[in-house]
Design a protein around this ligand. Structure first.
Ligand code: CP
Ligand code: NVA
Length: 300
């Protein structure tokens, strides 16, 4: 079984830091490794994507490799054949697998039964590449913060869970402002609360979450695969909208983040998303750099 990146906690703290370091050097152009020279990466998508699809393909090319775009229309993962058999077959053709899908267990099964590294490009549970790129963005904008205060306001979803995973590796103060039945994954929340160097709070008061925060983060209220719940989620989460009034309670230097795609006017207003505190497009760019660093680490 090769090393994989199914969740942030698959890497040690030293490895996470090593990835941030090589990401910075690649972004500055100090290094331009080609660990995928002559190699192929299967990029499997059973959900839609703009950023993940394009940033992985471009990144794989820049690392010297070839990206294969595969959708569920062809492979019907877990239906035409077992995930384990698909993993065994793919491992005979390609040198790495990136997958975006629904079930975290499918990603972990690919990693278990395949013999090549697997990178998680988003599941219902986590979106590890996103939060690695996002924390790299925090480091760029707020380099001197020892334990930044991250206020995540909105649905407790795969993005929230990934911040909680990062809190198990990097000292963070995470404040989650969300409604009673929109909480993040209970196991991941428990582990993050036990992380000795981090602090975690869950509150139903958005103002309490953002008070003095360094980062205000939000995401869509209904994730992919949950769009049928959009109206219900909107009712529950309306008071967690990231708007100018909420932002006024954060630090003056606070950055506003969103993984995108955004539903402008719902979880975030135009004035905030396009305002001076917003770093959302830096986040999007950094997906490219961080994923190159993650793939280079795994390909070594
Ligand atoms: N943030 C993100 O993963 O975007 P896509 O869904 O467009 O890939
Ligand atoms: N929580 C969102 C993230 C999109 C990048 C979703 O899963 O749809």
């Amino acid at each position: 079984m090769a090393r994989s990146f199914c969740q942030i906690t698959d890497f040690t703290t030293d490895e996470v830091k090593q990835v941030f370091d090589s990401c910075a050097r690649m972004k500055k152009g100090e290094i331009a490794p080609k660990p995928l020279e002559g190699k192929s990466v299967a990029c499997i998508f059973t959900k839609e994507s703009l950023r993940t699809r394009v940033s992985f393909e471009v990144g794989i090319n820049q690392l010297g490799g070839q990206a294969l775009y595969i959708t569920d229309k062809e492979i019907k993962l877990g239906q035409r054949e077992s995930v384990a058999d698909a993993a065994r077959v793919l491992s005979r053709y390609v040198h790495m697998i990136m997958i975006r899908t629904f079930k975290q267990s499918d990603v972990e099964e690919l990693a278990k039964y395949g013999s090549v590294p697997v990178v998680n490009g988003l599941t219902d549970l986590v979106h590890p590449c996103q939060i690695m790129g996002d924390f790299f963005t925090v480091l760029e904008h707020l380099p001197n913060k020892e334990r930044p205060i991250i206020a995540y306001v909105g649905d407790g979803n795969n993005i929230t869970n990934s911040w909680l995973n990062l809190a198990q590796r990097i000292p963070l103060e995470i404040r989650i402002g969300t409604a009673e039945d929109c909480h993040p994954d209970p196991d991941i929340l428990k582990k993050a609360k036990e992380a000795p160097d981090s602090k975690v709070l869950v509150t139903d008061d958005p103002k309490e979450a953002v008070a003095g925060a360094d980062v205000i983060y939000t995401d869509v209220w209904a994730s992919m695969g949950q769009k049928h719940l959009a109206e219900d989620k909107e009712q529950k989460l309306r008071k967690f909208q990231v708007n100018s009034a909420l932002l006024a309670g954060a630090s003056d230097h606070a950055v506003v983040m969103h993984c995108l795609p955004a539903e402008r006017g719902r979880e975030i207003t135009d004035e905030v998303m396009d305002g001076p505190h917003s770093v959302v497009f830096d986040q999007a760019e950094n997906r490219l750099h961080i994923q190159k660093a993650i793939m280079a680490f795994l390909a070594d």
